[in-house]
Design a protein. Structure first.
Length: 425
């Protein structure tokens, strides 16, 4: 059982593990590039290890050399028919992005995942990939894993995505590398663009204008990739430090891609004191140090335009909204219902257990603050971000907060508990 207690403040200078989205993409794109890809700062969380296992299953040699991961890329057509079912574990990114690559392969692949992933919608990638010419079968009329894919002979499409989702966009763009003609993806609100950035730096024929992305069949060439710290992991510490007066936290070398920094904007709206320092760009990704000083925060209003830029940070934003002055309203966030758990229901249920005044909305939640947070025992629903958000709640609670099934934290942040201990006073 993982338990957190009330603290006085957060203080220190830390780094956080590598960005999950970029780590997945680094292994995937290096595997289908020509040459050796050396990845530094790779996240050794369970999700990204699932991606490595899948590519090994597809005949790619991946070496873990400690300070770097070396992927022996075999080019676009070097993958081999897997001898067994590929297991994406808990990782939606693995299953959805890999589906795009498998759609370009003439062989047969079967992909499955854990019980959470087997409940998550796959029609969102299967529908456009079928339009491109791939055969994709699955349970529930092709919407649920296990998925059975036989690809090849793809044609480019022009796809207006009904959901702002980097996983959908990326699956289509990756299939576009294997397609005749242009493949274009349009989104109403632009989702994270790490796939586009990495494709560009590996030499793909890709064009981005006004959020519309077009890719053509192109060979990729391996490059060294430096993975920045994950802002979605940093978010737990940023939130706690921002809301605890007297705190002073520096998180070094965090990825600050503008499609990922919605949390910083929201914290500033809530009155937080945040500065960015030592900015630089590597592999098309902005990286910098985040400095946070604690204050008493006020409520915020989050609407659909900002949601894709902070989608994974909403659980911890909800927690600090509980101690902020005023009513926080989160809307336009229905995508939360199809994450590792239904994150609206999970958060509302567990926050209520801690005595927080929170109301579930069809597409978000309302939190009335400030609350005295009680302690107690809460459930993670096997969802890493719910477990870590609850751990942050415990830092503000009058009694300890005990988190059941907290092992799932290893999905994205294996040494979360140790890092948290190092900065709590
Ligand atoms: C991810 C995209 C997001 C995010 C997930 C990682 C990615 O999902 O929630 O944790 O790496 O592309 P959607 O783009 O489907 O919302």
């Amino acid at each position: 059982m993982f338990t957190t207690h009330k603290i006085h403040k957060i203080e220190g200078k830390i780094t956080v593990p590598g960005d999950k989205s970029i780590s997945h993409r680094a292994v995937m794109l290096s595997s289908i590039s020509k040459g050796k890809g050396r990845i530094k700062g790779f996240l050794r969380g369970e999700d990204c290890l699932s991606t490595i296992a899948c590519f090994r299953g597809l005949g790619i040699e991946v070496e873990d050399k400690g300070e770097e991961i070396v992927v022996h890329g075999k080019g676009l057509y070097g993958l081999e028919e897997p001898q067994d079912i590929l297991d994406a574990g808990n990782s939606g990114t693995t299953m959805r992005l890999l589906s795009g690559i498998l759609a370009g392969q003439e062989f047969l692949s079967i992909m499955t995942g854990d019980s959470s992933l087997r409940r998550r919608p796959m029609a969102r990638i299967a529908v456009p990939l079928r339009q491109m010419g791939a055969s994709i079968e699955g349970r529930n009329n092709g919407n649920l894993a296990p998925l059975v894919i036989r690809g090849g002979n793809l044609k480019g499409i022009d796809y207006a995505s009904p959901v702002s989702s980097a996983q959908i966009k990326s699956a289509i763009l990756l299939a576009g590398l294997y397609s005749e003609g242009d493949t274009t993806v349009r989104e109403e609100i632009v989702s994270r663009d790490h796939t586009e950035n990495m494709l560009k730096s590996l030499g793909a024929n890709i064009h981005v204008e006004n959020g519309i992305v077009t890719v053509r069949k192109s060979e990729l060439y391996a490059q060294d990739i430096q993975v920045p710290g994950d802002i979605s992991s940093a978010a737990f510490f940023m939130a706690a430090a921002a809301a605890l007066p007297g705190s002073h936290l520096i998180i070094e070398k965090v990825g600050l891609n503008p499609t990922r920094t919605g949390m910083i904007d929201v914290l500033r709206d809530m009155g937080a004191d945040i500065e960015i320092d030592n900015l630089f760009v590597s592999g098309g990704e902005e990286i910098g140090d985040i400095m946070v000083r604690g204050r008493n925060l006020k409520s915020a209003s989050l609407t659909k335009e900002i949601i894709p830029r902070l989608i994974d940070e909403i659980p911890v934003i909800a927690v600090i909204a509980a101690v902020a002055e005023g009513k926080t309203i989160i809307t336009g966030a229905e995508e939360l219902k199809v994450k590792e758990s239904n994150r609206i229901t999970s958060m509302v249920t567990e926050m209520k257990k801690l005595g927080i005044q929170v109301r579930e909305l069809p597409d978000g939640m309302e939190i009335e603050g400030p609350n005295e947070i009680r302690g107690g025992r809460v459930e993670s629903y096997g969802d890493h971000r719910i477990a870590m958000a609850m751990a942050v709640a415990g830092l503000f609670a009058n009694e300890p907060v005990e988190i059941e099934n907290s092992e799932c934290i290893a999905v994205s942040f294996p040494d979360f508990e140790k890092k948290l201990k190092a900065i709590t006073k």
